[in-house]
Design a protein around this ligand. Sequence first.
Ligand code: NDP
Length: 824
Amino acid sequence: MNITEIFETMDYGPAPESPTPALAWIKERQPFGLFVNGQWVKPASGQYLDSINPSTGKPLTQVAAANSEDVNAAVTAARTAFETWGKTPGHVRARYMYAIARHIQKHSRLLAVLESLDNGKPIRETRDIDIPLVARHFYYHAGWAQLMASELPGYEPVGVVGQIIPWNFPLLMLAWKIAPALAMGNTVVLKPARYTPLTALKFAEIVQEIGLPPGVVNILTGEASQVGEALVRHPDVNKIAFTGSTDVGRSLRRATAGSGKKLSLELGGKSPFIVFDDADLDSVVEGVVDAIWFNQGQVCCAGSRLLVQEDVAERLIAKLRARMEKLRIGDPLDKAVDIGAIVSSAQLKEIQRLVEQGVDEGAEMWQPSWACPTEGYFFPPTLFTNVSPATTIAQVEIFGPVLVSMTFRTPAEAVALANNTRYGLAASVWSENINLSLDVAPKLKAGTVWVNCTNLFDASSGFGGYRESGFGREGGKEGLYEYVRPACETAGPASTPSSKFPIAKGAVHPSNGSEPAIGTSLDEDERTVSEFEPSNGSRIALPAIDRTPKMFINGKQVRSDSGYSQDVYDPAGRVIGQVGEGNRKDIRNAVEAAHAASGWASSTTHNRAQILYYIAENLSVREGEFARRIVQQTGRSQADAITEVQAAISRLFSYAAWADKFEGVVHRPPLRGVVLAMEEPIGVIGMACPDEYPLLDFVSLVAPAIAMGNTVVVIPSQQSPLSATDCYQVLETSDLPDGVVNIVTGDRDMLSQVLADHDDVEAMWYFGSAEGCKRVELASASNMKRTWVNYGHPRNWLDPIQGEGEEFLRESTQVKNIWVPYGD
Ligand code: NDP
């Protein structure tokens, strides 16, 4: 081709990156061992696995296949290292992490080429996106290591962390996992994905190079069934951090239930890409390229559902097809290539299967006229139109370069269509009208919303999902809390109130059992019987008017559906009242009411604060009555009871104060623009209260949740429910909208199970037995709801550190990051 012809066609010539240094690096080391306790060791099994180059389909090298014996060795090394690393000053950890970041930059080209060879993604992406983001992640978290002591007082590292990462961003996912873990003083055992182990092994070399103490980072290559599962079940692992498919995430939730292991899950997505009719369509086209053809569409937050306002749909689709004709697919090491290879033949077959299903279901498929390379695992960019929202390709994560498009007419319809998915990872909104974009962004159920941009990431801005996209955040300050625990959790409660009688239904009651009956200091007037004097001058003792608390659902006191009641006893074993025995139907009604009250989330924070103050005011008017009730139920002294009521009132004041102060932050990532990290309510929270302080526990859980805009279904203390049921009138007279707080009395564990199983409950808090915690965690896997449980450990609810504060506010919220670039 001569110069004139080149000017005519303006075609790109090949711009190949040499694989030679990377291949030489591989050759010198193969077969690769495992990295345990700072050493390269042979796998216990003696087995090795091929690592394939997806752009050729041929083996690149062999890596060790670890098994449970290797997992034991790595966890032991990590545990030993934790004893020192967990106590190493933040400044020292920061220096190590800074060194890691520097060394990643020093080896950046080797890492970029290795990643392209092993994963099939274009060198342009590994060189310009993956590896720079990896370095940035370590720099950013070196900063948090330095600041941990001052910025996260009262928190300590979790311990040994098991980390399982996928193949789509191998080194970047490693950085997202390892950097915050190390910054917070944890040690790690990491399993890379079966398909893409190489950059993790180069990372292990870097760890050696910088002299990180042995055992702080351990890397085990191998298969999920051998390494992943053993890591998840290992009793000495304190936390599992996972990125991958929703199905595996769900199985990990079940496998870790009740173990006390912390868990964070970054799972799948089917993210909407919403285009309003005033958007700049040429920018939109480039946005779509980045949304769904970046990394061959193998991106958990890929904009895989194109939602276009009807009047511009035809024009946009025509522009898109023209652009797709120009996309270049081929050798990932060619710097002029836009689309590389799919990671594996299995993934390629899965994409092909889903595309065929889309065609069978009646959608219209379009692909460019050019052909893909025949060697290796390639799939062309694909666009589906005429897609119905309920079809498989509109609902299922395809994880390939396949875009499905649908149309909408109004912003409300766009939001409804966008949220019509079980996922909630990310979304992008395209409009030249910033008012419209910022109105729509908070309505989208997604952890990240990009305005007029897409697939932007930065260490400062947390990333993570809602609903079946998982829970927990990576990046930002919020991501750090995934790797720490409140120190009080390990120290245990400072002191606990005397709980003098058994809580379980059917357990031996004190009056029949060995515990002595406890005298109460109950005011006499609580038990005196008034007298009635009819006209004949005789005096008749008057029985007290029966007060049987009902359920409190949708602002009304309603009878339990079960038609049964259960007795409430005082510590001496005397029946002091009865409450309704709630059942499934009551819980379902309460959840429905809580959902109907979702407008509470958009009430002003000032309004929420006012209502909390009002509840406190109304409670204080009845301080004596509430104190007497506590004495009656618990046998504690009147002074103690008054302290509890006053603490409850103070707590209501605290959350009224926080209502308009726990608001999020503005990040300044390295781009022209801002990221608004907004604290959003989670939705409907189910909560089971503990028994220690009947009134204070109830208030301590309900107040932060409603302060942040959630609506709640509460199971009060099973042992002493009357303090919560006495609150009905307080709530009724405090301007609280109907349905914001719903109360169902009865068997804590049975009712908690129903709440945890319920698909319309977004989070479940449980404070009860260890066995109950396990059941809640297991059941929550159905819709991947967030859980907060106490693993059977009591806390001192009177203590302002253990009983209130930011931990409660964080459990009541999720962070949404809204990216808003500016400039023309
Ligand atoms: P998986 O979820 O199976 O794998 C992710 C990681 O988990 C890998 O390291 C894998 O190991 C490991 N793993 C798998 N099963 C277990 C287990 N039972 N216990 C412990 N660890 C386990 O994803 P796939 O690679 O199979 O991809 C399948 C689909 O998942 C994709 O088509 C896509 O839809 C989705 N996916 C989503 C990702 C995301 O970022 N959200 C990333 C990757 C996939 P191994 O590699 O050895 O199997």
